[in-house]
Design a binder for this molecule. Sequence first.
Ligand SMILES: Nc1ncnc2c1ncn2[C@@H]1O[C@H](COP(=O)(O)OP(=O)(O)OP(=O)(O)O)[C@@H](O)[C@H]1O
Ligand SMILES: Nc1ccn([C@H]2C[C@H](O)[C@@H](COP(=O)(O)O)O2)c(=O)n1
Length: 221
Amino acid sequence: MGTAVDAANKETNGSLLDEKKVTVVFVLGGPGSGKGTQCANIVQHFGFTHLSAGDLLRAEIKSGSENGTMIQNMINEGKIVPSEVTIKLLQRAMRESGNNKFLIDGFPRNEENRAAFEAVTKIEPEFVLFFDCSEEEMERRLLSRNQGREDDNIETIRKRFKVFLESSLPVVEYYNVKGKVRKIDAAKPIEEVFEAVKAIFTSKDEKGKTKHSRVHWCGIL
Ligand SMILES: Nc1ncnc2c1ncn2[C@@H]1O[C@H](COP(=O)(O)OP(=O)(O)OP(=O)(O)O)[C@@H](O)[C@H]1O
Ligand SMILES: Nc1ccn([C@H]2C[C@H](O)[C@@H](COP(=O)(O)O)O2)c(=O)n1
């Protein structure tokens, strides 16, 4: 049986967007920390294309794809869909966007996502925007989100929190060791959070590269 990397390479015939310089920012944080809300603001101000892995998976279910039932079951259990599926959707969306600057929201969610994405696309993120928020606040937000998401019920929310702590935070830590994590206090009001986000997107070093520094954990850890 082939790996996620084999399958995605077969689909795209090699690495993604070969000739273009592609900038990727991963947007991570617990369920309900405000990733999608802030990505919409970043798109307006900084010209990125926002790709939410969760939205792409939900669209795949709606499209009647052969993977739809499997994806639906995994989402209802708060589990992470195999990388092969999610990376194909991300690659397709990246190609179709015509852009070369991407906010990839809710991905990589675990070590398998991370390693497979880097192996397939050869893309390293410019940095990782990490929204730090307490579980109590995230739970409050999810329970009042009101977007008709089947997984916004208390039972699934608790499963999503567990997967976030066990599988997604280690990915954040992986990038933290590389000095790539930019942590935001996401418990503040939306406008204040965006002020902090803007400061990160406009902060450059003397070579014009976005500045990175290691962060020290607090909040949920
Ligand atoms: N800073 C904030 N303060 C209060 N409410 C917020 C804040 N940011 C987002 N919200 C609200 O919280 C809910 C969850 O936000 P959002 O959908 O952006 O989170 P998310 O991290 O993308 O969640 P998920 O990972 O589940 O998709 C939404 O109803 C949103 O309006
Ligand atoms: N990389 C990903 C991202 C999302 N999913 C699944 C599992 C999540 O609970 C669900 C909803 O994601 P969200 O919209 O909250 O970011 O989608 C996944 O399997 N892999």
